[in-house]
Design a protein around this ligand. Sequence first.
Ligand code: NHR
Ligand code: GAR
Length: 221
Amino acid sequence: MSSTNKARVVVLISGSGSNLQALIDGVADKSLPIDLVAVISNRPEVMGLERAVKANIPAEVLDHKTFADRERFDQALMAMIDSYHPDLVVLAGFMRILTPEFTQHYLGKMFNIHPSLLPKFQGLHTHQRAIDAGEKRHGVTVHFVTAELDGGPAIVQASVPVFTSDDASSLAKRVQRQEHVIYPLAVKWFAQGDLHMIDGKSVLKGEPLPPSGFQIESDET
Ligand code: NHR
Ligand code: GAR
């Protein structure tokens, strides 16, 4: 296949970009048939931007603090993204809530990775909340983005054990190792044309996925 008919992917970040790195590594080792056409951060000077530059991917900053309101930030972000003509938009640790106009514009073409076993623990500080709730297992979910925060149809979910010795940081590390497995997997399914959002559900190879998505269980410590 020539590079011109690979799926064009724009990645949105706010921070360290380890999930971005997992995608970059998949492209580099040829396991992920996509073109990473741009990385956009709402925060200047984050490590994810350096990762993009190192991988020769156009890296842009759109600082939300320079906009009067969410609507105007989202309009500018949409214009920037669309200038790259993406097939897929990937939120990878992107920390700004998006307006319904934005999510509608990319409906069925935008993923998020959320560090919990959705529908449990929507929102922020998920690792500490899972520990405080006494959960035996915790994990991460890739889902299509809809207007409902962390509420779009799940694609794939990986779970890990929670140990009594865990704090939020040790648990986050265990979860993040799974993030770097399942995000490239979901992006690959989409790029191959195997994954669609149909009638508000995730459909893989013609089969509707269960509400919590394709399940992966890891027992690594
Ligand atoms: N937008 C919509 N409409 N739907 C989703 O499912 C979204 C979304 C935007 C981001 C990621 C999400 C997560 O995985 C995501 C999913 C940020 C916040 C938040 O409260 C909540 C959820 C997520 C990301 N952000 C604060 C805000 O005012 C800012 C926090 C900060 O800057 O540190 O936007 O968890
Ligand atoms: C990841 O753990 C991701 O699941 C989480 O932020 C981290 C970003 O790491 N996402 C959210 O909390 C979304 N609100 P990264 O920048 O190294 O990919």
